[in-house]
Design a protein around this ligand. Structure first.
Ligand SMILES: [Zn+2]
Length: 414
């Protein structure tokens, strides 16, 4: 006897070519951010839902950056699950570096090329189909399911998920599932924090031969940067559940993010992203300014890092700093039922057992964690993410779509 879940999987198998077709159409609509206009892509999503008779609402606090909310309640009481994907993508960058037009969705063998292929139009497509298929069998489920398809993700903007979380309480719930790229063998239950700082060193300046009249701000900046490296000694507390989970999955972390990632995942890291100063070789400059991208691991509050940063900057009376952005690290329980559901279904479908890890970078899922809602990410590999020749493997895309749908089914079946 076939179960409802068996029938759901069968329907997903029947829909594979439809999913691929929708993904390719979505990739053919350019949505680079900046400027982040997703209007035409949102029309495709809206039409998809309308054709299936699924009500939805467009929320557009900033013209050209629409967000979509759809939801349905099942017959019985139960948890509220949110599926979230974004439509904006990185800019294509230097077109000469691409082997294929980034907006053509060219398929070569098992790979579909295009900006947004892995980040995250494939994940968004997968969640859209998951939502529609679960809507069709909603009388067999319990609780409720919400779909949010958003704009303004790639630049951490205020008009997408952040707007919805702050203004539309129906997008909150008991658990969030995102399809941002992870790779089939990894799922994410958290991410590191981000602290962006600008530091300016100001001196009187002088003629280049009169160095006795002014300290050199570039030399001071170099000294300051060297001292800032001590921030990297601030690490996550040991023996917490998060630290232990990550230590056990070091090999997966290196596989997902490159060799060495497992060494820094529990450390504060520092990247001086820009520096400018000086006008002419024979002048002592009056100013040097640089920007630092600090990433903080779970369990390290920004206050702790800021305190150390302030102590270092105060060594230099000519220096001042300002915080440009601050997003705390966020984690959800690594043994949550959604984690178990993703692992079990991935294993059954493709014989891969995803390991729970956290992200080095950030995505919208953090916004739900900040609101106290456990949030998890499972998507295809980040192949070419943010660079030329971004692509998604067809088998990974279909695997993710099925895994997400079946995991959401399990979650809503209790
Ligand atoms: Zn993304």
């Amino acid at each position: 006897m076939t179960t409802i879940k068996d029938q759901l999987l069968l329907r997903l198998l029947e829909r594979e070519s439809e999913m691929l077709e929708f993904l390719r159409r979505l990739l053919q609509v350019p949505t680079p951010n900046p400027p982040g206009d997703t209007t035409a892509a949102m029309v495709l999503v809206s039409q998809f839902l309308s054709q299936r008779g699924i009500p939805h609402e467009i929320v557009e606090p900033n013209q050209g950056m629409p967000n979509l909310i759809a939801e349905f309640s099942c017959g019985r009481d139960g948890p509220r699950l949110i599926l979230n994907g974004h439509l904006d993508v990185f800019p294509a960058g230097d077109l000469d570096k691409w082997s294929h037009d980034p907006w053509a969705a060219v398929q070569v063998g098992d790979c579909i090329y295009g900006r947004g292929a892995c980040d995250m139009k494939s994940g968004t497509t997968a969640l859209l189909f998951a939502f529609a298929e679960l809507h069709a069998i909603r009388k067999h489920l319990r609780g409720s399911l919400v779909l949010t398809v958003v704009s303004d993700e790639e630049t951490f903007g205020p008009w997408g998920a952040r707007y919805l979380v702050e203004h539309r309480k129906e997008v909150l719930g008991d658990c969030l599932l995102s399809g941002e790229p992870t790779s089939p063998y990894a799922l994410r239950f958290g991410e590191k924090g981000r602290l962006w700082v600008r530091i300016r060193v100001l001196t009187p300046g002088a003629h280049g031969a009169y160095v006795h009249l002014s300290r050199n701000p570039i030399a001071l900046a170099a000294d300051l940067i060297a001292r800032l490296r001590s921030l990297e000694e601030i690490r996550s507390p040991v023996n917490t559940p998060v630290a232990l989970a990550l230590q056990n999955n070091a090999a997966t972390i290196d596989k997902a993010y490159g060799h060495g990632a497992s060494d820094i995942i529990l450390s504060t890291t520092l990247n001086v992203g820009t520096i400018k100063g000086g006008v002419k070789i024979n002048m002592v400059p009056t100013e040097c300014e640089f920007e630092v991208d600090i990433r903080t691991p779970p369990g390290v509050p920004h206050l702790q890092v800021m305190e150390r940063l302030r102590e270092i900057v105060e060594i230099f009376p000519e220096a001042e700093f300002e915080v440009l952005h601050a997003d705390a690290a966020s984690t959800s329980p690594a043994d949550h039922p959604m984690v178990r559901a993703l692992i079990q279904n991935a294993k059954q479908l493709s014989n891969v057992k995803p390991k729970p890890i956290i992200a080095l970078g950030g995505c919208d899922a953090r916004l739900w964690r900040y609101a106290g809602i456990p949030a998890f990410v499972y998507g295809p590999s980040p192949t070419g993410m943010g660079t030329a020749d971004e692509f998604v493997r067809v088998d990974e895309f279909l695997h993710v779509a099925k895994t997400q749908t079946l995991a959401a089914f399990d979650y809503l079946s209790g």
